[in-house]
Design a protein. Structure first.
Length: 256
């Protein structure tokens, strides 16, 4: 179990938002924190602490007026910490290799590998052919519906028909190196983790996974350690002092 830092980019700025509030209309989101510093600053901070495998997420869609500004921030971060960061947001088989060339260790993908709400193995194969499974992180970000967790796409706005289960994770293992799971309904709220997701991931052997969503205290991290059997890496965003929160970045950066 280790800490994976994040750099979330929205409307050209590094931000922390409430995940479920993100909307394409008017490029809006409920903001917890907007930084005056760029992606390169945070990348340098993570590099100096030796924090490998953090993720950069572009939150605007490709048609947004802010998309290129987001990409500039992302490229600055990747260039500052080459090989140390993963990137997601609008990644597909045609642009994935560009991000690796810019310094990303992995590309993070959700929406591209779904078509009309269902998994597309043809698209998964194309992505795998473009960059290799060893450079792919599948983002199984999910929201709860009818008591079950379903993967959501398009900046967490659209439900798919795929439930997050051990069987489905095992089915997808051959297409990626790691999994990233945002518990979207908890994201940015600092009200505690989604225990069902943590327990599911903790029960899986030989799966590299990172959990994000709802961590607001050191006790939440210890609960994730227990439910995740020490196997699940974690991200903290809004709760960190570097993003306006009350938890010490320096303390959490040292968690092993």
């Amino acid at each position: 179990m280790k800490f994976r830092p994040c750099i979330d980019i929205h409307n050209g700025s590094v931000k922390q938002i409430v995940g479920g509030s993100l909307a394409d209309s008017n490029s809006s989101a409920k903001e917890n924190f907007v930084s005056e510093l760029g992606g390169d600053y945070y990348a340098e901070l993570y590099k100096n602490r030796g924090l490998m495998g953090g993720h950069v997420i572009i939150l605007n869609h490709a048609g947004s007026e802010y998309y290129e500004a987001d990409r500039r921030q992302a490229f600055a971060a990747l260039g500052t910490f080459p090989g140390g960061l993963q990137i997601g947001g609008g990644v597909n088989d045609e642009n994935a290799y560009e991000y690796l060339e810019k310094g990303a260790s992995h590309v993070i993908v959700t929406s591209f590998v779904f078509k009309d709400g269902s998994i597309s193995f043809e698209r998964l194969e194309r992505l795998k052919a473009a960059v290799g499974a060893e450079h792919i992180v599948l983002d199984l970000s999910c929201r709860k519906r009818d008591g079950k967790y379903f993967i959501v796409t398009d900046r967490w706005q659209k439900f798919t028909d795929m439930e997050v289960t051990a069987d489905n994770i095992n089915m997808l293992r051959g297409y990626c190196d790691e999994f990233l799971i945002h518990a979207v309904d908890a994201e940015g709220k600092q009200n505690g983790i989604e225990e069902g997701i943590a327990s599911l991931l903790g029960g899986m052997d030989d799966v590299i996974s990172t959990y994000a969503g709802g961590i607001g205290s050191y006790e939440d991290i210890e609960l994730l350690r227990r439910l995740g059997c020490g196997r699940v890496d974690f991200t903290v965003g809004s709760a960190l002092d570097i993003f306006g929160g009350r938890l010490s970045f320096e303390r959490i950066a040292g968690i092993k």
